[in-house]
Design a protein around this ligand. Sequence first.
Ligand code: SF4
Ligand code: SF4
Length: 163
Amino acid sequence: MYGEGILKGMAVTLKHLFKKPVTVQYPEERAPMFPRFRGYEFVWYEDRCTGCASCAKYCPLGTIRIETETEPDPNVGDRYGLKVFDIDTGRCMFCGLCVEACPYDALFMGTGFERATYTRPSMVVHIDELRAAKKKPSAYARPHLHGINFEDETSLSSEEAGR
Ligand code: SF4
Ligand code: SF4
């Protein structure tokens, strides 16, 4: 029948006209995040980190740069002091292997994604930024974190994040 295709197309249009939209008006509105979402950031707990560099060794792209030194406190014998802990998010593919490789629950994928920038050097997350950042870790590779509320601005302490 002539015009059948147009009628079918219009029927689809009409059907969707009265459906609840799936789009959200970002940034005023935000879609709910899944617990294992891997954001454009990392969460690092220095007090848990021994400087073993497993994360850096497992990274297939050499994205993490770690420099250690002898722990200044002679009573601490189970960890290195950390001079450098930089993550170049411009090279990172967010595979999460570094997080899976960390034996001490010190490194997590983050849940933030609003770090857009114009230059490659500013995509490197330095140790001081990691130290100061709000800790909102993803449950990726850390199933014990399922159920945390990502819309909640409260950051997770080292004790809360650990297993
Ligand atoms: S997420 Fe993957 S690519 Fe990015 S730093 Fe970790 S191991 Fe490397
Ligand atoms: S984040 Fe984990 S794997 Fe990386 S150096 Fe620290 S303890 Fe080792």
